[in-house]
Design a protein around this ligand. Structure first.
Ligand code: PLP
Length: 222
């Protein structure tokens, strides 16, 4: 099937409250344009340089999401246009995002990345580190950041029970924070979880934003 067909079919299959982030990393601008022409407007990338290069040549109404590990010194490259950063896992990074958002006179939406998978290599805060971060008084001074929710990845495994357990933990943390730290804050509403192989499980566990690459664009060539 073509990229356009994949987009149309995937979108038609999703519940209305679930946002599809088309993960286009390592795919050329033409592939994104095909998805764009099929109606897709939300794209996710994981490398700052690659994202900045694509943003320059693609339509201006694309909503760009950054989903990969982000180094502080790269924030300035995406700050002028980035819509949401999914991969916030330190106060230092938040500080830099706010600084660059102020410089560009914009509000940048961020998600806190939570580590729930078994793999060592995955980035993110543990639930306790997340709670601790939210207690930091300095957060209140970040004028140009909006914390909109959580992002997480499950272990890369065929064990669907384990995947569902991990997504469940994320959903529980999301619900807890929404009732406590973010009580009354309508912006805190995004639970970003689920990729090509596990997005159906993620939706079942309460995801409302999925990040799908391979099922739309095919295998990546690194
Ligand atoms: C690459 C990536 C995805 C998409 O993965 P697919 O398996 O291709 O759907 C989703 N989320 C993150 C954080 C990624 O790095």
């Amino acid at each position: 099937m073509s990229i356009a067909q994949n987009i149309v079919q995937l979108k038609a299959s999703l519940p209305a409250n679930v946002t599809l982030v088309a993960v286009s990393k390592f795919h050329p601008a033409e592939a994104l344009l095909e998805a764009y022409n099929a109606g897709q407007r939300v794209f996710g990338e994981s490398r700052a340089q690659e994202l900045a290069a694509k943003q320059k040549v693609l339509p201006g109404d694309i909503e760009w999401h950054f989903i990969g590990p982000l180094q502080s010194n790269k924030v300035k490259d995406i700050a002028p246009f980035i819509h949401t950063i999914h991969s916030i896992d330190s106060l230092k990074l938040l500080r830099e995002v706010n600084k660059q958002a102020v410089k560009n006179d914009r509000i940048i939406r961020v998600l806190l990345e939570i580590h729930v998978a078994r793999e060592e290599s995955k980035h993110g805060l543990t639930p306790d580190e997340c709670r601790e971060l939210l207690q930091t008084l300095e957060l209140a001074s970040f004028s140009n950041i909006r914390i909109c929710g959580l992002m997480g990845m499950a272990t890369n495994t065929d064990d669907t029970d384990l995947i569902e357990q991990e997504f469940h933990i994320l959903h529980e943390l999301f619900t807890e924070l929404k009732a406590t730290y973010f009580k009354g804050d309508d912006h805190f509403a995004v639970l970003s979880m689920g990729m090509s192989h596990d997005y159906l499980l993620a939706i079942r566990q309460g995801s409302n934003m999925i990040r799908v690459g391979t099922s739309i664009f095919g295998e990546r060539e690194y």
